[in-house]
Design a protein around this ligand. Structure first.
Ligand code: 4NP
Length: 173
């Protein structure tokens, strides 16, 4: 079983959407028995909470059910998961700091850590985004509009599609 963890700040908008989208794609391709996924937040803000209502609604409009209770990422996650995806640069930095903590505590690190949009087919690592450091982030829709949730869904769906193609090849699924 290949295990995937999506990480954002609150674990009520972006990462549960990413989890729901990948779960839907896995089901559509009959790969549920080979790949599993979960999500977590770097913060403690929404532990035990359902996903944001706007995230649930956006997903539902795309035929995607979200079923998750908010949790915070743990040091143990670095030994459990094969891939950890951070939604934005801040999440990535926080996840890398936790990975170091887990390493220092003697954990065997299994997870490869990525910025989610490295799998966006619009991603171009030749583009210098240092002037615009949100360019390759999954923007946080929490303080945004319904359109922002829709854009978030579309971005995550593109990334999920490309990542799944990669997984099927890399793990011969
Ligand atoms: P998420 O969005 O990280 O995509 O789940 C947020 C949700 C809640 C908060 C911030 C971002 N908050 O500050 O409560």
């Amino acid at each position: 079983m290949v295990k995937i963890l999506f990480v954002c700040l609150g674990n009520i908008c972006r990462s549960p959407l990413a989890e729901g989208i990948l779960n839907k794609q896995l089901k559509d391709k009959g790969l549920e028995g080979k790949v599993s996924c979960d999500s977590a937040g770097t913060s403690t803000y929404h532990i035990g909470d359902d996903p944001d209502k706007r995230a649930i609604k956006t997903a539902k409009n795309h035929g995607c059910e979200l079923s998750h209770k908010g949790r915070q990422i743990t040091l143990g996650d670095f030994s459990t998961f094969d891939y950890i995806f951070a939604m934005d640069n801040e999440n990535f930095k926080d996840v890398k700091a936790l990975e170091k903590k887990a390493k220092d505590a003697g954990a065997v690190i299994r997870a490869k850590i990525y910025l989610t949009r490295e799998f966006d087919n619009l991603y171009d690592d030749e583009v210098d985004d240092s002037e615009n450091d949100i360019a390759w982030e999954v923007a946080d829709p929490y303080h945004g509009s319904e359109e922002d949730f829709e854009e978030c869904y579309d971005t995550l769906e593109r990334c999920s599609t490309e990542f799944l193609k990669y997984l099927v090849k890399a793990h011969k699924l």
